[in-house]
Design a protein around this ligand. Sequence first.
Ligand SMILES: O=P(O)(O)OC[C@H]1O[C@](O)(COP(=O)(O)O)[C@@H](O)[C@@H]1O
Length: 403
Amino acid sequence: MRLSSFLPNPNHNLTFPPYPLPIPARRSFSAAVIVRDLPASRLPMAGLLNPCLRAVRSETAISEEDRSHTMMEYLGKTRAVSDDLAILISHLEYACKRIAALVASPFSSELGEGRPMESKGDSAARSRDKNLHLIYVMNDIILSSLRNSGKVAVMASEEDELPVWITDDGPFVVVVDPLDGSRNIDVSIPTGTIFGIYNRLVELDQLPVEEKAQINALQSGNRLVAAGYALYSSATIICLSFGSGTHTFTLDRSTGDFLLTHPSLRIPPRGQIYSVNDARYFDWPTGLRQYIDTVRQGKGQFPKKYSARYICSLVADFHRTLIYGGIAMNPRCHLRLVYEANPLSFLVEQAGGRGSNGKTRILSIQPFELHQRLPLFLGSLDDIHELESYDDIQQKVDPGYAV
Ligand SMILES: O=P(O)(O)OC[C@H]1O[C@](O)(COP(=O)(O)O)[C@@H](O)[C@@H]1O
């Protein structure tokens, strides 16, 4: 068996994307070369081929000595990660490296130009987003990686109106927001990719493709087998959970490896930071206004004056919240249950926090529509419980915002 047959194959991508790319393909795909050149012991499927390595796979959360392990090594050692899942993650990792390179490229604004702009997914609602071309390129990068993995039955993307059926026997379903915070690209503010992974519902295999694609993608967050995000910032981070803790990996640009930097991350039970677009204050309901007024005066259950931070890039605001604690929220019906709220709630819960729509635990909500939006509150357990106790915190008024 040739190892390379499992890996993101750089040759598959030479025909991609199917429109002019203003940078030499070799430069933009250098991550593939790095992955291809990894020694066999560092590949995720090393356990498949090497029985000794498989034996050291551990059931438990990662230990201190695992710090600085590459993501590939981590996947190879963790029993919760099957070989199929490890292969899928390695392809997602590869896609995220390519996106990281492209968002940082001086040519990113030209990407996808000349490509016909069909009306897709949520694009009507996203008319204020100038970067739709670029987003569609990122979407294609993810789709191409998932196809090449051979492990995905269906991909549902925030950028596509309908889910894409990929392969009948793919064991997984992937939901994805390829480029969150895209409006910030032109000013080099962090952006991200969010993804969730479910098992394919084999009991639906006999249904027509459109039907089984939809139902597979509309699984409730309770059924996630893994979720993650990539943050494209001063460092490129991938944060992952397979249902036994949340771990973050940082890209070492000198080697192209993601190194384990925060094993078994725990969100502090209290933070001192709230993150919200507070220009909307006068559209908020009474409960939310009262909560924010209270904590910023230091009169809440945690007797410290809270500070505000708002990047307006969900992944970045969420990542800071995960590390420092506090709450990242968007109280209006704006963020998507399937592509954003569920994966991030899974990650925050696995780190000891909570994801809520202001009344209910996000992961227990059954989605009824792929692009369904909802109010979203993510963060430290005690902070979220305190906020929920104000009851009236979901913003019902949404006049439509121009910026
Ligand atoms: O305009 P608001 O309510 O502050 O929303 C900002 C949020 O919208 C997002 O940009 C996502 O919206 P889009 O998916 O439409 O780009 C988040 O990254 C950010 O947190």
